[in-house]
Design a protein around this ligand. Structure first.
Ligand SMILES: [Zn+2]
Ligand SMILES: [Zn+2]
Length: 260
């Protein structure tokens, strides 16, 4: 598996990049490359087009319905519905149940089918805790994590290597279970110790992300979702005090390889 960081800015798009979005690619046994988007937050649909033609996507997964994780699905819908090609079919989207209503509300119309389009561009699949699903050669296990809205983390495997994506979460047993022995743990660190102590059940700090990675015995930790107003060296230093394995701080357009 290979991940291209499309956007990794926490909570809102920043001056140097979009909010959360990660392109996951994996080749199956026949050599076909599967392309799956994990989140499509505010500002991310633009840089996504520098990396691939969105018409080549196989599926989209939305961890939760905060704008920094789903809002640019509205742009993708316009792209898919009105594309000059008429062979795109419907694009599967795995997300919390309210996503179709949110898209319709942002675009200011009642139904989920755009005006003048003969069929819905998206095939909506509702995420549920611990209900696994597969896309091509990849298996996904979603788990409800701790956040102010229904939010999922994911354990993703190709049969030999395992990627875990925290989505947005504070520390919780489900995240520890998801992350167990992961080859790569892509984990948010939206908060820092001290400044954000009055918030609970929202985001991890670098310290809590590092503690989770250490408890779970992950092979590599990649920190993400640092907001524009935070010096990323702070959560990185916090995590380094807790986790003894290799840590990266992701940047837009980074490519991460997941291998055993
Ligand atoms: Zn977020
Ligand atoms: Zn969130």
């Amino acid at each position: 598996m290979r991940i291209t960081v499309i956007g990794c800015c926490g909570s809102f798009a920043g001056p140097d990049g979009a909010a959360s979005s990660y392109l996951l690619e994996h080749e199956d046994a026949s050599g076909r490359t599967w392309r799956i988007l994990l989140d499509l937050g505010s500002g991310a649909f633009g840089p996504l087009q520098r990396v691939l033609d969105p018409a080549d996507l196989d599926a989209v997964i939305i961890s939760h319905l905060h704008p920094d994780h789903y809002l640019d699905v509205t742009g993708l819908e316009v792209f898919w519905a009105y594309h000059e090609r008429d062979d795109l079919g419907t694009l599967p989207i795995h997300a919390p149940a309210e996503l179709p209503d949110r898209i319709a509300a942002v675009l200011g119309r009642n139904g989920i089918i755009p005006d003048g389009v003969s069929c819905a561009p998206f095939e909506h699949h509702v995420l549920a805790d611990a209900e696994r699903f597969t896309i091509g050669p990849l298996s996904f296990e979603p788990r409800l994590v701790i956040h102010p809205v229904e939010a999922y983390g994911f354990r993703i495997t190709d049969g030999t290597s395992t990627l875990v994506y925290s989505g947005d979460s504070d520390e919780c047993p489900a995240l520890d279970e998801l992350a167990a022995d992961a080859d790569l743990f892509l984990c948010e660190a939206g908060y820092i110790e001290g400044r954000d102590d009055h918030f609970t059940g929202v985001h991890l700090t670098g310290k809590r992300a590092g503690e989770c990675a250490q408890r779970a015995g992950v092979k590599q930790l990649a920190l993400t979702h640092v907001p524009a107003w935070t010096d990323p060296q702070i959560p990185l230093a916090e995590a380094r005090e807790q986790y003894t394995g290799p840590i990266t701080l992701v940047r837009p357009m980074d490519i991460l390889h997941v291998h055993p």
